[in-house]
Design a protein. Structure first.
Length: 148
């Protein structure tokens, strides 16, 4: 069944074999996605099934590097050159907030900072939120006094 001029069937078949959706092939080749669907059916190919996107935690893990000393380096995007940010499904997430959620199973309160002394660290076990820092400061003052 010949299609419109300029969109050879072989081009559609090639993109189908690469695993693209009918809509994507129609957009790329400027042809009707219904035509692509008909060709898919004629070839006995299954309906397009999108590959599930990585979870937020998987995407975060893919952009970290575990260091020998227990710290973790962010290898992904840095906003303003210093602030680690994960871009996932069109949304920006602070990398340390995700690390905190991984380690503690809850949303952090206030800013999340590396509590280990290395400012760039994003290791889940090293990040702290405001209530954790307040508690630590209170314990420190109780042990060493306010002057320490």
């Amino acid at each position: 069944m010949p299609g419109p001029k300029g969109v050879p069937r072989a081009d559609i078949v090639a993109l189908l074999s690469e695993g693209h959706s009918d809509r994507e092939i129609g957009r790329r080749l400027r042809t009707n996605p219904k035509r692509v669907g008909r060709i898919r059916a004629e070839l006995g190919l299954p309906q397009y099934r999108p590959i599930p996107a990585l979870s937020l935690e998987q995407a975060w893990s893919a952009q970290t590097e575990q260091l020998d000393d227990g710290h973790m380096r962010w290898t992904g995007y840095l906003r303003e050159g210093t602030f680690p940010v994960l871009k996932h499904c069109g949304v920006d997430y602070a990398a340390r907030r995700i690390a905190f959620l991984i380690a503690h199973g809850r949303e952090p309160e206030g800013r999340v900072l590396a509590g280990c002394g290395w400012r760039e660290c994003v290791a889940p076990a090293h990040v702290t939120d405001r209530p954790m820092r307040v508690q630590l400061n209170t314990q420190y003052a109780a042990i060493f006094g306010a002057a320490a």
